[in-house]
Design a protein around this ligand. Structure first.
Ligand code: IPE
Ligand code: IPE
Ligand code: MG
Length: 245
């Protein structure tokens, strides 16, 4: 059985501490972190991972000093400008999730442009979550569901019906969520979509997290038993049956 996760999600944490440990300003850590994303995307391509979703800026990160917020958005704009063509040449599709209304119109247009320009690519779907929060996502999905169904009572809504209104519509739920930087929390990242995701916490700071670290996370994932509420015995029967075919 192929144990490579189809969808890997990453909370890229620890840039600031990576820099501080080296007596460098925090922004150097963010620059290193952005460069590291390039390396990890490359590793995902070679490992046959279909979807990679990364957390770049949370709805709570607005609480940071304004110059740090501005630098993070600059790095994001640079990524769109410089990296997307390379991503596309390798067969990567870029999608951005989060509340875009906070961004300057020009940047919103650029986001649309790169999404459209890479929409045909199928090898790897890279989703960047920026100004994203899991609570925001659920709330906007509920509001948009109601707009689309003005005559339906909200009591009739089901989980399957809400799914297409989440910002991740069309993506499978993450199989593996990695958080670097040593913290063991979700910090409001894809809280709906990660209901049954395997969690992996790494003590490495994001700029240090490399292809070998990714392999360790995938090896750990491959050893997990995903029960989805069933018993071990039931799960074993299903996997024995699928290995006969
Ligand atoms: C992750 O690194 C990047 C963002 C949250 C934007 P941090 O900036 O949170 O780094 P630490 O956690 O302070 O080390
Ligand atoms: C989570 O990291 C958000 C991103 C990596 C973008 P934070 O550093 O903001 O998380 P907390 O505040 O420590 O929970
Ligand atoms: Mg942090």
């Amino acid at each position: 059985m192929n144990k490579t996760p189809r969808h890997v999600a990453i909370i890229m944490d620890g840039n600031g501490r990576w820099a501080q440990k080296r007596m460098l300003p925090r922004h150097i850590g963010h620059i290193k972190g952005a460069a590291n994303l390039r390396e990890v995307v490359k590793a995902c391509f070679t490992r046959g991972i279909e979807c990679l979703t990364v957390f770049a800026f949370s709805t709570e990160n607005w609480r940071r000093p304004p110059d740090e917020v501005a630098l993070l958005f600059d790095l994001f704009a640079q990524y769109l400008n410089k990296e997307v063509e390379k991503l596309s040449q390798q067969g990567g599709r870029l999608r951005i999730i989060g509340d875009r209304s906070a961004f300057p119109l020009e940047l919103q247009q650029e986001m649309q442009r790169v999404e459209a320009a890479t929409a045909h690519n199928q090898k790897l779907q890279l989703t960047v979550a920026i100004n994203y929060g899991g609570k925001w996502d659920i709330l906007q999905a509920a509001k948009n569901w109601q707009i689309a169904h003005p005559y339906q009572n909200v009591e009739q809504i089901t989980v399957a019906e809400l799914d297409p209104y989440l910002s991740t519509a069309g993506l499978p739920d993450p199989d593996l969520l990695i958080r670097t930087g040593g913290e063991s929390r979700l910090s409001n990242f894809m809280i709906w979509q990660c209901a049954y995701t395997e969690l992996y916490f790494s003590s490495e700071y994001w700029p240090d997290f490399n292809a070998k670290s990714l392999d360790d996370a995938i090896d750990g994932y491959a050893k997990r038993v995903r029960r989805f509420g069933k018993t071990d015995e039931q799960v074993m029967k299903i996997s024995a049956r699928s290995s006969q075919h």
